[in-house]
Design a protein around this ligand. Structure first.
Ligand code: FES
Length: 142
């Protein structure tokens, strides 16, 4: 049948991708391809670089570190997990002071951690943050 081989390839390709995603999640210690992580907040201090990279009155997403830092006023910083409390995806962007989850569209106020739009309802966990020599450090001992 002429139509059969392509359809079969599609099925096999889908199965292979599902398998690869499963292996990735099991083998990776910090996060899978979707950005899911075992713990939503750092277990050790994380260096986030220059504090002045966070705009005053705005926020900056540190996607690799799964953190978002807001700066409500000069010299004041607040850090939250950037991992959505719905199903654990990491934000893809921050617009102003709103963090956006790419998976199902939840939005969070990254100055308070509050969920602004569902499906997520739980707030983002806050993470201690401090400035040392002009650099932001977030995490348990910050
Ligand atoms: S994981 Fe973020 S909205 Fe579902």
């Amino acid at each position: 049948m002429p139509g059969q081989p392509p359809a079969r390839r599609t099925v096999l390709k889908g199965a292979a991708l599902a398998g690869a995603a499963g292996v990735g999640a099991a083998a990776c210690s910090t996060e899978s391809k979707l950005g899911h992580a075992k713990t939503p907040t750092p277990t050790a201090p994380v260096d986030l670089g220059a504090a002045d990279a966070v705009p005053v009155g705005g926020a900056k997403l540190f996607r690799e570190q799964r953190l978002v830092v807001s700066c409500p006023a000069k010299g004041q910083y607040k850090a939250f997990s950037a991992q959505c409390t719905h199903a654990g995806c990491v934000f893809d962007k921050v617009e102003g002071t709103e963090g956006n989850c790419p998976c199902h569209g939840s939005r969070f106020d990254v100055t308070t951690g509050k969920a602004l739009r569902g499906p997520a309802t739980a707030p983002l966990p806050e993470v201690p943050v401090k400035v040392t020599d002009g650099k932001l450090v977030a995490g348990p001992d910050a």
